[in-house]
Design a protein around this ligand. Structure first.
Ligand SMILES: *Cc1c(COP(=O)(O)O)cnc(C)c1O
Length: 499
């Protein structure tokens, strides 16, 4: 299996190269040349536990890794002790007609990003051994909150790596901030940026593709890599849980064969999680419709409904901050696939987005998008209302991101009368966003995050995750702040390289 760049079909690399590089040199993203089908193997895959299923799926794509290497990665990443039991859990929502919440947040940082970022460091260090032996991997991360912590936790004290995380100064929740600024490990660093998430992401992408910086790092025996969801090593592990969820759904329903279709609903930001679901379908998972849920930053809703992507709009800081994004990087991969691998067109659209802030896809592509996806957006008041009604009607507590997806499936069902069983990707523990969640279900107020957490536990009866509880006692280690323009020099300073 080889990988092509979405902006240059002539460039072909192995899996380990794609993972080591993170992004292609001309700015394109690596995609697999084809999607291996598991349609005939579903009943076999259904019998596997999460770790074994991961090994099977990963092996189909990581053909320059040995079976042993993949096994080691999956076993280290998904140890049940790190997930306090089953790695992902499918919760049937009471008093709803075939709605299942796929809880992806039982990992060490209580966000779905753990599912990929617990395994990525292992995939990456093996890739570096193959591709750049002896070189230190410098991981730069732009985060809207959850990626940062999950990446720090995944990479902390991993040999021959150094990780630097940038987050928007006023764009993350107090719990996310505390999680990042207290991070332990000798090879980690965290910095706030005066700007929003898109500013962070744009600058980090620029650093990755800067020939000058590449040379500077190389002279110091280092190489940049990415833990953002543009890295193939982030996307691939996410395919696994859609299969796993489907099998648990069938088990729950007592269905023998693997024919019945589901809808998949994903609260979307950078389009990584929902793209992984699309990849699962390409491999043979029976999916009827993907429902893309956005918050007030509804650039994807408009794109899916009209074929025009227009980032020139007001940026909202919302109570679902991990979705506060106007440039959804992974959409580039979908466009590449839907144009049957047209690298020229994909590159053209991305250039237009960069230079003019917008592009419009051809009618053929726009129609394909609409056939596969439905899209809905949800404002702040509706997000809170949905948390409230879910708690009151179904005795189920959801976080602000998951709530956006619950609202989307309700809107979709009402509009389309399609009651296909729906699996909703639940992306964070409600405790990561205690203030917003609590205010949706009670009148209690406090400025102390840990008082809020205790109160939320009292009201909901749900246990506080241990890793969040422990933050209360931890010391703040990082207080760095920098301008957008000085991200590159901050990186060099941190690495001890002269600018
Ligand atoms: C990152 C994140 C999302 C968005 O996922 P994408 O893969 O970027 O679309 C949604 N919810 C939460 C809680 C997240 O951390």
């Amino acid at each position: 299996m080889l990988y092509k760049s979405t902006r240059n079909n002539n460039l072909k690399v192995t899996a380990s190269e794609a993972i080591a590089r993170g992004i292609s040199e001309e700015g394109g993203l690596f995609v697999p040349e084809y999607f291996p089908s598991v349609r005939d193997k579903l009943s076999y895959l259904r019998k596997l536990d999460y770790i074994s299923l991961s090994k099977e799926i990963l092996s189909l794509y990581l053909t320059d890794y040995t079976k042993e290497e993949i096994g080691e990665c999956a076993e280290k990443a998904y140890e049940t002790s790190k997930f306090s039991g089953e790695q992902v859990r499918l919760h049937e929502v009471e008093n709803e007609d075939g709605i299942y919440s796929l809880e992806l947040w039982h990992g060490p940082t209580c966000a779905f990003k753990d599912m990929a970022l617990q395994i990525l460091p292992h995939l990456l260090t093996k890739a570096f051994k193959k591709q750049a032996d002896g070189k230190k991997a410098v991981i730069l991360v732009a985060t809207s909150g959850d990626t940062g912590k999950a990446a720090l936790e995944g990479f902390k004290d991993v040999e021959n790596t150094q990780i630097i995380v940038f987050y928007p100064e006023n764009g993350v929740s107090p719990m996310q901030l505390r999680q990042m600024n207290t991070q332990e490990g000798e090879n980690v660093c965290v910095c706030a940026v005066k700007g929003n998430f898109d500013d962070c992401q744009t600058q980090v992408k620029r650093i990755f593709t800067s020939p000058e910086l590449k040379v500077k790092l190389s002279e110091n025996n280092m190489l940049f890599s990415s833990a953002n969801s543009i890295n193939w090593g982030r996307l691939l592990p996410q395919i696994v849980y859609y299969f796993y969820a489907y099998f648990r759904f069938l088990d729950r329903m007592g269905v023998e064969d693997e024919e019945e279709a589901i809808n998949i609903v994903v609260p979307t930001g950078n389009f990584g999680n929902i793209l992984a679901a699309y990849y699962a379908k390409m491999m043979g998972l029976p999916v009827n419709k993907f429902i893309c849920a956005s918050n007030s930053n509804n650039v994807l809703t408009d794109f899916i409904n009209t074929g025009k992507y227009d980032k020139q709009r007001k940026f909202y800081t919302t109570i679902s901050p991990s979705m506060d994004i106007l440039v959804s990087s992974n959409l580039e991969r979908l466009l590449y696939h839907l144009t049957d691998g047209n690298d020229k067109k994909t590159a053209e659209w991305m250039k237009a987005l960069n230079e003019k802030g917008e592009y419009t896809v051809d009618a053929i592509v726009a129609n394909k998008v609409k056939e596969l996806f439905a899209a809905y957006c949800c404002g702040e008041a509706d997000t809170s209302k949905t948390i409230n009604s879910c708690f009151e009607n179904s005795a189920y507590l959801i976080d602000t991101h998951t709530a956006v997806a619950f609202k989307a499936i309700n809107d979709y069902r009402e509009e389309n009368d399609d009651y296909t069983p729906a699996v909703i990707a639940s992306t964070a523990s409600p405790y990561k966003f205690s203030k917003s969640v609590l205010s949706a279900i009670s009148d209690f107020e406090s400025d102390d995050e840990f008082v809020l957490v205790e109160k939320l536990s009292e009201v909901s009866g749900l246990e506080v995750p241990k890793s969040l509880k422990a933050l209360k006692e931890k010391k703040t280690r990082f207080t760095n702040v920098c301008d957008r323009e000085s991200i590159a020099s901050f990186v060099l300073d941190t690495l001890g390289i002269e600018g």
